[in-house]
Write a protein that binds this ligand. Structure first.
Ligand code: C2O
Ligand code: CU
Ligand code: CU
Length: 510
């Protein structure tokens, strides 16, 4: 890779050579940075299969303070394309994994057992989690019989210090104190060098935190509060997932050259089903939109959306949106009101950034009339507004392809390095700059968007966020609040191919 790609022009030339029709590397309104991997399997027609609702995880034990769960990461065969079987790697053998429903103030302990052929690390994305349980890329659960020394890989100029690795034999507990407000979180694999292929195989799920403030609002609940994990995948001629990894055993990292900018699938899955359809009552529904794609951004439109929450929790007030752009890693909590539509109406959630079949996402069919008990109050929860003056420090992080490597401030990931040492319980202004599309994610700390390339934030930028979509040559200023725990955390690009190829950095909260 290092010999072939030198700077932006070379990459564009390369992407162009692979197919001008799919060149999206620098289009501001394209699906992001990446390249389409075409399926060899026949692509199913849209809106034929019902939307799957992931099972809600059940506690194995509860005590005064804590809910205990156990999940097993394992290989399974599931039907994704009608009539064929796809091998997945799933939490409890499902894709998506089970939905966790936690409560603010009640500690959660998840025991993860790894029965996969490879090491894993599970990260609760958006979690205010002590560093030991944050799912660091080098903090691995190693399956029985796995030769641990092969976990010490290094590529793309990354620096790996053997002392930074931790290995848990087959199983470990992740402890989540749940010292955070109601929010839509998600969990996924974070193994060093291999997050992209391992999430692609199915290691992701929703994790919803609830609290009393949210309960009081009267928002749609129960079977009218549904996580929608959206991701794109490609399939080979046998209906198995297709991914351009160099080594199918995932021992040696990397993807083939043409996909180093990111992998786009050509089949859109919602909760693991291709272009599904959901029968709804003519009432309000709450949808927890999660972009679990490796690289693809979506601009969701076609259905009236009222945003009520962002990555880190509910907004101060609902925001009506005609279209909603969601980048990898981001979550949007929205309400859709179907009450204006007669029974029999079909509404299609489409993707304005897609092409051909990737323009479709999900269909709603108003199937029955029901009385609606829910409301969307004009004011939701208090959200303190951070101001520029609140920042005690300003730092700049530049996300850029440099010397053929995806870097932050010119540096590929260094397991022992640290780019910043913010103080606990302070606010800093972080300025993210970029060359291509980079969805930037900060662990632990939540932030508010202050400006976008000198302009005001966009309508959907409100509230507490942990992931923000940086556009080509964009500058996004955010005010980050470091609350929760001291220790080592990381930030990275959530284009998972970029992440695996070194676009990560540590910081220390002191
Ligand atoms: Cu969703 Cu560090 O990732
Ligand atoms: Cu995260
Ligand atoms: Cu990136």
């Amino acid at each position: 890779m290092d010999q072939l790609v030198i700077g932006r022009r070379a990459v564009l030339g390369l992407v162009g050579a692979a197919g001008v029709a799919t060149l999206t590397g620098c289009a501001v309104d394209g699906p992001g940075t990446g390249q389409v991997l075409a399926s060899a399997a026949p692509i199913p027609p849209p809106f034929k299969v019902p939307l799957p609702i992931p099972r809600v995880a059940k506690t194995v034990r509860r005590d005064d303070t804590t809910d205990y769960y156990e999940v097993v990461q394992k290989v399974a065969k599931v039907e994704i394309l009608p009539g064929s079987r796809t091998t997945i790697w799933g939490y409890d053998g499902t894709f998506p994994g089970p939905t966790f429903r936690a409560r603010t103030g009640r500690r959660v302990v998840v025991t993860v057992r790894n029965e996969l052929p490879v090491p894993t690390s599970t990260h609760l994305h958006g979690g205010v989690t002590p560093p030991e349980s944050d799912g660091f890329p080098t903090d691995l659960v190693v399956p029985a019989g796995y030769p641990v020394h092969t976990a010490h890989t290094s590529h793309n100029g990354m620096r790996m210090n053997p002392a930074d690795w931790k290995f848990h034999d087959r199983t470990r507990d992740y402890e989540y104190p749940m010292v955070q407000q109601a929010a839509t979180l998600w969990y996924h694999d974070h193994r060093m060098d291999f997050s992209a292929p391992q999430v692609w195989r199915g290691l992701a799920g929703a994790f919803l935190v609830g609290d009393n403030d949210e309960d009081r609002l009267g928002l749609p609940r129960g079977d009218k509060d549904i996580p929608l994990l959206i991701c794109d995948r490609s399939f080979d001629a046998h209906g198995e997932f297709r991914y351009p990894e160099l080594d199918s055993t995932l021992t040696n990292p990397g993807v083939t050259q043409e996909f180093m900018s990111g992998v786009f699938g050509d089949v859109i899955l919602v909760n693991g089903a291709p272009w599904p359809v959901l029968d709804v009552a003519n009432t309000r529904y709450r949808f927890r939109l999660i972009n679990g794609s490796n690289a693809r951004r979506y601009q969701l439109t076609g259905v009236p959306l009222v945003q009520i929450g962002s990555d880190g929790g509910l907004l101060a007030a609902p925001v009506r949106l005609d279209a909603l752009t969601i980048a990898p890693g981001e979550r949007y909590d929205v309400v859709v009101d179907f009450s204006g539509y007669p029974v029999g109406t079909e509404l299609t959630l489409t993707n304005a950034l897609g092409e051909g079949r990737t323009r479709d996402v999900l269909r709603f069919r108003v199937a029955r009339a029901e009385k609606d008990e829910s409301v969307v109050p004009a004011s939701l929860v208090p959200v303190p507004v951070l101001r520029r003056e609140d920042a005690v420090a300003t730092r700049q992080f530049d996300f850029r392809l440099q010397g053929g490597k995806w870097t932050i401030n010119g540096q590929p990931y260094d397991t022992s390095g640290s780019l910043a040492a913010p103080k606990l319980d302070t606010v800093e202004l972080w300025r993210f700059t970029s060359d291509f599309h980079h969805p930037v994610h900060v662990h632990l700390a939540q932030f508010q968007v202050l400006s976008r390339t000198g302009r005001d934030p966009e309508d959907s930028d409100g509230g507490w966020k942990d992931t923000v979509d940086i556009r080509p040559y964009g500058v996004v200023e955010v005010l980050v609040r470091f609350a929760g725990y001291k220790g080592r955390y990381m930030m990275h690009c959530h284009n998972l191919e970029h992440e695996d190829m070194a676009m990560m950095a540590n910081f220390d909260i002191v």
